[in-house]
Ligand binder design. Structure first.
Ligand code: FAD
Length: 406
């Protein structure tokens, strides 16, 4: 068997390469950027290994708030309508997943995947460094109603070992003294002891070293894929900007850019980019130690080494991925309001934007395609790093099984 090309060196492509190489495959990873996790969502994301906060994006409360999002009345969430047929089709499927039943099913399916990843991440943390921390997560709720709803979901998650507990305001303050500097009021919180954090960009960079050194994985950077060449429904080559790379097996892990490239092979995928923003600033003494999720403002605060990463905002619509100053300002102003003393907001602030590759049910797509030799590992939405190790091993099993058949 020849080598397998992995298209994309974001966290999903890098872990795909790891999963495949561990099974003895010869692997080559291709990316348009000069290095791993440089140009996509894996660079500046929320830094969460959120094994137990796996809530699907489509939910009854999101659906109820869509008019508000369209009218621009929620700073954290924006929906801009477009008449694109692909967007309409994705949107209808997304809405079909916004029932309570579908939301709970999707959330627990994602949770099961996340739990498979958890062991793999812990194992990798002994081999590579990535500012890994196991400080747990506190999720804050501003109203009694939202806390009660979350408590119900928490009971479901606890069946899988989440160990989550509801905290009163005072108990939350005791667990995380930095909440004394919280700029709003909150009704209560949920403590999730097993959630973790780290730097997914550093994870990818150091995983590259491991892959090259221990598994002989090769990398072709600065190589932009244009299309996938097939003959009689079999993969024959990957056409890049300046060369054609012959191959019989490849995996598409191009994050938010997956759908247009898959389309060149006649494969249509329900993945829509949902844009988010983050900022990274030195963590000051009053920064929280545990990760904090502010559900009312849909924002996450997390220490990554000696820095503080703050991420949030979800813009759905005709998105080009460009950095929008006004949206970044919204993130910065909201962050300042939540934890005024946590970061050096007037000094060193590194802004970033990225695209979450979101499927209607928030579940990643891992599988074979109608093109022989072409596989998918994509559509990881808001939890790509958290789910990456699980989907990589699923992919490696699948590739192994189809190799055994042919
Ligand atoms: C604001 C925000 C916060 C988030 N927070 C978290 C979090 O806390 N925890 C978590 O688990 N997940 C989080 N996510 C989601 C997570 O970042 C993504 O799900 C994950 O990074 C997707 O990884 P990927 O490898 O599929 O895509 P990407 O990381 O986007 O990688 C795609 C790669 O494809 C390459 N590429 C694109 N087009 C081409 C081409 N034509 N040819 C060659 N290469 C190409 C790009 O250069 C890039 O390297 C967040 C996302 C955002 C936006």
């Amino acid at each position: 068997m020849g080598r397998i090309l992995v298209l994309g060196a974001g966290v999903v492509g890098m872990t795909s390469a790891y999963g495949l190489a561990k099974k003895g495959h010869k692997v080559c990873v291709i990316d348009a950027a000069p290095g791993p996790a440089e140009a996509g969502a894996s660079f500046g994301n929320g830094a969460q290994l959120s094994y137990f906060y796996t809530d699907a994006m489509a939910s009854p409360s999101l659906a109820a708030n869509i008019p508000k999002y369209i009218l621009g009345l929620d700073p954290a969430f924006r929906v801009r309508m477009t008449i694109s047929p692909a967007f309409m089709a994705w949107g209808l499927r997304f809405l079909a997943n916004a029932t309570q039943k579908a939301f709970e099913r999707n959330t627990s399916d994602i949770l099961k995947l996340a739990l498979q990843s958890r062991l793999g991440i812990a194992e990798l943390s002994e081999k590579i460094k990535f500012d890994y921390s196991q400080t747990g997560k506190i999720t804050l709720f501003s109203s009694r109603e939202s806390l009660m709803k979350a408590q119900r979901l928490s009971e479901l998650k606890n069946r899988y070992g989440a160990g989550q507990v509801v905290l009163t305001r005072d108990q939350a303050l005791e667990k995380e003294p930095a909440l004394a500097h919280y700029g709003h009021s909150f009704e209560g919180a949920i403590w999730s002891p097993h959630d973790e954090a780290g730097d997914s960009s550093l994870f990818c960079k150091n995983l590259r070293v491991l892959l090259e050194r221990d598994y002989g994985v090769r990398f072709l950077f600065n190589t932009k894929v244009r299309r996938i060449q097939t003959r009689a429904n079999e993969l024959v080559a990957i056409a890049a900007e300046s060369e054609e790379i012959q191959c019989t097996r490849a995996v598409i892990s191009l994050g938010a850019w997956t759908a247009p490239i898959a389309r060149t092979a006649g494969i249509s995928l329900p993945i829509w980019p949902v844009q988010g923003y983050s900022l990274t600033t030195p963590a000051l003494a009053s920064a929280p130690v545990a990760s904090i999720t502010d559900t009312a403002r849909k924002m996450v605060f997390c220490r990554v080494g000696d820095r503080l990463r703050i991420a949030g905002l979800a813009d759905i619509g005709p998105i080009d991925g460009k950095f929008r100053e006004d949206r970044f300002r919204t993130l910065l102003t909201t962050a300042r309001g939540i934890f005024p003393k946590a970061g050096d907001y007037d000094g060193e602030v590194h802004p970033w934007t990225g695209l979450r590759p979101v499927t209607p049910d928030s579940k990643p797509i891992v599988g074979c395609t109608k093109v022989k030799g072409l596989y998918l590992n994509c559509g990881h939405g808001s939890l790509g790093w958290t789910l990456s190790i699980a989907t990589a091993s699923k992919l490696a099993e699948l590739v192994g099984a189809s190799a055994a058949q042919s």
